[in-house]
Design a protein around this ligand. Structure first.
Ligand code: FES
Length: 197
């Protein structure tokens, strides 16, 4: 019997399955840099992007004229901005030859209406079927420009001065402009359908 032991087999090297240490470190560094630059970029965009919004009692920025017009059309005739307690509607100075609303709109293409009913202060919702504003509390009705039509309200809806600066719309909700008298019906808009109240 041969007492000499057979030479031990050398362990085979296991194939590498992941990145080597250098690659791993380089990828980690790139990832870190990418994250930092991404955060910086987002912060810069946030700084440069115009800040929309604002609350009741302040000047409210409602974005571009075009954006607002689209929102009004998509809303069926009005855009609601609850934080400002207001509605935005389209205004066309050509439909207002006597300039009744020129002061409050600045001649711009939109008008801001205060949602508060001038009768006893309920919030006046939009009635989609009539395309008027109709108060559920005691039935006052106002057309799309917030002009008095029916019910116990003493006048049309109050409104806020609106200004267009560099194509952007700003509404000053710190200043309430008293609505038009009961007899005012510049828009002459009949109800589009059945009433809600
Ligand atoms: S509060 Fe609107 S009709 Fe009375």
């Amino acid at each position: 019997m041969d007492a000499r032991a057979a030479p031990a087999e050398r362990p085979t090297r296991r194939a590498r399955t992941g990145p080597d240490r250098r690659t791993f470190l380089r990828n980690s560094w790139l990832l870190g840099m990418g994250g930092t630059l991404g955060a910086f970029g987002l912060a810069s965009i946030g700084f440069l992007w115009p800040r929309l919004g604002g609350g009741f009692g302040a000047e409210i920025h409602l974005g571009t004229v075009e954006g607002l017009r689209t929102a009004i059309e998509e809303g069926g005739g009005r855009f609601e901005y609850p934080a400002g307690r207001l509605y935005m509607v389209r205004y066309d100075a050509a439909q207002d030859p006597d300039g009744v609303y020129l002061d409050v709109t600045g001649g711009g293409p939109v008008m801001a209406l205060y949602q508060k009913c001038v009768h006893l202060g309920c919030r006046v919702p939009w009635c989609a079927s009539s395309s008027w504003f109709e108060c559920p509390c005691h039935g006052s009705q106002y057309n799309r420009w917030g002009e008095y039509r029916f019910g116990p309200a003493p006048r049309g809806l109050d409104r806020f001065p609106t200004e267009v600066r560099n194509g952007e719309v700003y509404v000053n909700t710190s200043q309430i402009v008293t609505g038009p008298s009961r007899g005012t019906n510049v828009l002459g808009q009949p109800p589009a359908g059945s009433h809600c109240t």
